[in-house]
Structures are given as C-alpha cells and as structure tokens.
Design a protein around this ligand. Structure first.
Ligand code: TMP
Ligand code: ASP
Length: 234
C-alpha cells in the first residue's frame, strides 16, 4: 500500500492493485498545534470504531459520507475525494475558542447552534473564514458553503440525539468535507472524541479536552464513550 498523506492522527493509503483508498487511525494524539504529542495505546482502534459508527448513523439519515466499510480494527475503506481544507465547527454550548473571541459565559447554552468555518493552516492557527474569503481563496463556491452549513446542522441534530440517548451532551464538534469526481460534497475525515467536545450529564469531560487540560485518563474516557455507543440500537 502506498501512503498518500499522513496527518497528525490518520494516514491515507492507496492500494495500487485495486485502486482503493483507505483511512488508517493512528495511536497519536496532539494538542496546541502538536506542541504536545503522545502515543496512547488503543486510541486508533477506539476512534476508528466510534467514527465508523457515527458516520454510518449520519449516512442513514441520507447525508453522503466518504466511509465505505471497516476493513480492520484501525482502517476504513473510503471513497476517492478531494478534501476541502476547511474545518466546519458546530457549537451548542459556549466553550473553547468561542470564549476567546466573544464575551459569553463559559458553558452557556447557545440560543441556536452556531456554524463556523476555519481555514486549515496550522502555521496561521486556522483563521476563521467568511463567505468572501471562501470565494477569494477559491476554497468553495457560495452554494457549497451553504450546503456545508446545512449538512453540518443536520449532523448536529443526528449526533445530539445519539449522544443524548447515552447521557452525553454534545458541546461542539468539527467536521470536514471532500468532493467526489462529480463535484458532490461528502462528509469525510472523522467524528470521534478527538473532534467533538462531549460531557457526561454529570458535567465530566469525556473527550480530547482531557488531554488538552492534562486531566489524565484520556483513553479510559474514550473507552467509556465507545461502551455507551455500543448499546445504541444500530
Ligand atoms: P475550538 O473551540 O478550539 O474552536 O474547537 C471547536 C471544536 O472543534 C471542538 O469540538 C474541538 C474541535 N477541533 C478539532 O477537531 N480540531 C482542531 O484542530 C481544533 C482546533 C478543534
Ligand atoms: N488538533 C490540534 C492539534 O493537534 C488542536 C486541538 O485539537 O486542540 O494541535
């Protein structure tokens, strides 16, 4: 298998014999633009299972996704897409970078979900995008921006409902999109505790925020999320 690209937590592979693409989840975890970096046993396996489950739930609701099938514990066969270098963030509760940019109480429930777009550029700390900047840098046309917003809000409803069933509050999350050869937008990348903020109903943090804040027991909490999701009827 040929490595087409390697990110901080995943690798994109290409099988030249079959012409298939694969996404492989690594055990690495990073924060603050990789200034903090560790390897956590089982992380790839747990995130791969969580992400596959959640993506397939999204697909059931009629939204197109890049995942095809899980081929082993850490690898998913995916469609051939050109990724849009944009992070689409949906927030239900004020937390994280939102608090640095706006004066609002930490943990306050937002009157309605808010969608934000950020350009993926670690060196520039992922600057926030406007519609004008999307057009200027030819990242996506305005129809696509609207569509990403609409998809993101639908994904929010689906994920909120699933997590609610297992007594978890979806605070916020980040998703990414790609285009297939026909130009269709598909949900890609990952949905797991690295890319979501998830609080137990008691208020305990279950996601990567534990790592950012040095709270410890990161994998124990990821495992707890997986354990609860396995009980959701598929
Ligand atoms: P933020 O509050 O730091 O902007 O993060 C919003 C959401 O996006 C949160 O659920 C964490 C997720 N996220 C990523 O998945 N990758 C990133 O690089 C960052 C900065 C945030
Ligand atoms: N994903 C980013 C990093 O690895 C930031 C974060 O999620 O906190 O540095």
């Amino acid at each position: 298998m040929k490595t087409l690209g390697e990110g901080k937590t995943k690798i994109v592979l290409f099988d030249e014999e079959t012409g298939s693409y694969f996404l492989k989840f690594k055990n690495s975890i990073t924060a603050f633009n990789s200034q903090r970096k560790d390897e956590l046993d089982e992380k790839g396996r747990i995130n791969c299972e969580i992400s596959y489950f959640l993506m397939k739930e999204v697909e059931k609701s009629g939204l197109p996704i890049s995942y095809e099938k899980k081929v082993d514990d850490v690898t998913i066969k995916v469609k051939d897409l050109k990724m849009i270098p944009v992070e689409v963030v949906v927030r239900n509760i004020a937390y994280g970078s939102f608090l640095k940019r706006f004066t609002i109480k930490e943990g306050e429930r937002l009157k309605q979900p808010i969608v934000e777009f950020f350009f993926k550029d670690d060196e520039k700390n992922d600057p926030q995008l406007t519609r004008e900047l999307f057009e200027y840098f030819e990242l996506a046309n305005l129809d696509e921006v609207e569509k990403m917003k609409e998809y993101a809000l639908k994904v929010n409803e689906i994920l909120k409902e699933i997590f609610h069933k297992v007594k978890i509050t979806l605070v916020d999350f980040k998703i990414e999109f790609g285009r297939d050869k026909a130009g269709n937008l598909l949900l890609a990348d990952e949905i797991d505790p690295d890319s979501c903020r998830l609080w137990d109903f008691s208020g305990e943090m279950l996601d990567k925020e534990r790592y950012r804040r040095g709270l410890g027991e990161v994998m124990e909490h990821y495992q707890e999320i997986l354990k609860r999701l396995r009980k959701v009827p598929g």
